[in-house]
Design a protein around this ligand. Structure first.
Ligand code: GLA
Length: 408
């Protein structure tokens, strides 16, 4: 009798553990970095392009700068076999997904795939609805490390439940996978996504313009500033292992160099996932040097994982702050307008307090060394006011490095 009771308790405990542990807790402790096929290639993605992209990620220095995931978005899949297993498009992925995963892993990179919670994906390919456990098993067998899970053709489904089902399926398949929730912020994923996934899209799709809306009929895609403005109020939901995702980057996809720089800087200030969306094989040196700027990446990847905030706004000029480790701060002045703007920063006039993290930039009591993260220039200390001109659609991004004072 006693034995039965013990056995029952063990089963119950296992069930409780299973219900709670739905994502790999050790992954994405800093925002995921990598590349995704969609923004540049759309549906026209092939295994050759993925291989060449993995190679380019290594040869361009992106891997060394921290980019890890090589993610294939929509249209890799074509149909299910007679037993219901999802199959890659045999023309575009003739070697199969396991061979591709092996190729990517051999370069010490990781492979990501895409599916959808509904019957079909946004590109009209088979979705995972009703096949969640079977699909998760295929991904694990192939060696997939990251899953972006979309939200097309999901009428009647409840988002939290649908994403939870796939999280359970991934867990049951036994391979640690970064789970990227992509329901465009429609169902407040920041309220429930933390227990289920590692990142969640907060908005509709990005498009390669600085400040525009592209109307597609029943949906719109958005430029960088539009997406930035939609992040308002969300920072309290982000932290290590659970990130707001303002969508993949458009750096190198047609905006001007300063716009790309501003885009990349603001994504770093937001502690956003840094998923490049350009063709890495043919990028210009200007694009490469933006994407691999290690000091800007360090702002994004700061171990505290505190999303930055807009501190003040004066017309087209915005000042953003982000608390960093060792009591450093990142500061980014964004010029949203097209005309150059001059600023004068009298640091010692005002301390900056972040009520969410409880951190303070004590400009009155402490000194910070100012490092320009785009030019690499040493801009002195916060003892003296800083005067600078910021070109249109550009930024001044600095790291304020705390200097030890007499009391330390
Ligand atoms: C949706 C997503 C995009 C992309 C496409 C693929 O629009 O939001 O990021 O994955 O589907 O069809």
């Amino acid at each position: 009798m006693r034995l039965t009771v013990v056995a029952f308790t063990v089963v119950l405990l296992a069930a409780v553990t299973h219900a709670q542990a739905q994502k790999s807790a050790e992954l994405a402790l800093t925002p995921p970095m990598g590349w995704n096929s969609w923004n540049h290639f759309g549906c026209a993605i092939t295994e050759a392009t993925v291989r060449e992209t993995a190679d380019a990620m290594v040869s361009s220095g992106m891997k060394d700068a921290g980019y890890l995931y090589v993610n294939i978005d929509d249209c890799w899949q074509l149909e299910r076999d007679a037993d219901g297993f999802i199959r890659p498009d045999p023309e575009r992925f003739p070697s199969g997904m396991q061979a591709l995963a092996d190729y990517v892993h051999a370069r010490e990179l990781k492979l990501g795939l895409y599916s959808d919670a509904g019957w079909t994906t946004c590109g009209g390919r088979p979705g995972s609805r009703g096949y969640e456990f079977q699909d998760a098993l295929s991904y694990a067998r192939w060696g997939v490390d990251y899953l972006k899970y979309d939200w097309c053709e999901t009428e009647g489904l409840k988002a939290e439940g649908a994403y939870q089902t796939m999280a359970r399926a991934l867990e049951a398949a036994g391979r640690p996978v970064v789970f990227s929730i992509c329901e465009w912020g429609d169902n407040q994923p920041w309220e429930w996504g933390k227990a289920i996934g590692h990142l969640w899209r907060t908005t509709g799709d990005i498009t390669a313009c600085f400040d525009c809306e592209v109307d597609h009929g029943d949906w719109s895609s958005w430029g960088v500033l539009r997406i930035l403005d939609m992040q308002d109020g969300l920072r309290v939901h982000a932290g290590p292992g659970h990130w707001n995702d303002p969508d993949m980057m458009e750096v190198g996809n047609g905006m001007s160099e300063s716009e790309d720089r501003a885009h990349f800087s603001m994504w770093a200030m937001l502690a956003a996932p840094l998923i490049a969306g350009n063709d890495l094989r043919i990028m210009t040196e200007a694009t490469r040097s933006i994407l691999t700027n290690r000091e800007v990446i360090a702002v994004d990847q700061d171990p505290l994982g505190i999303q930055g905030f807009r501190h003040s706004k004066d017309g087209d000029l915005e000042i953003w702050f982000k608390p960093l480790e060792d009591e450093d701060w990142a500061m980014c002045v964004l010029n949203r307008g097209t005309a150059p703007r001059r600023i004068e920063l009298a640091w010692q006039d005002e301390d900056v307090a972040d009520t969410f993290s409880g951190r303070q930039a004590l400009f009155k009591a402490r000194l910070y060394r100012i490092r320009d993260l785009w030019t690499g220039a040493d801009l002195g200390t916060t003892r003296r006011a800083l005067s600078a001109e910021i070109a249109g659609h550009d930024v001044l991004m600095v790291r304020l490095v705390r200097m030890l004072d007499a009391n330390d």
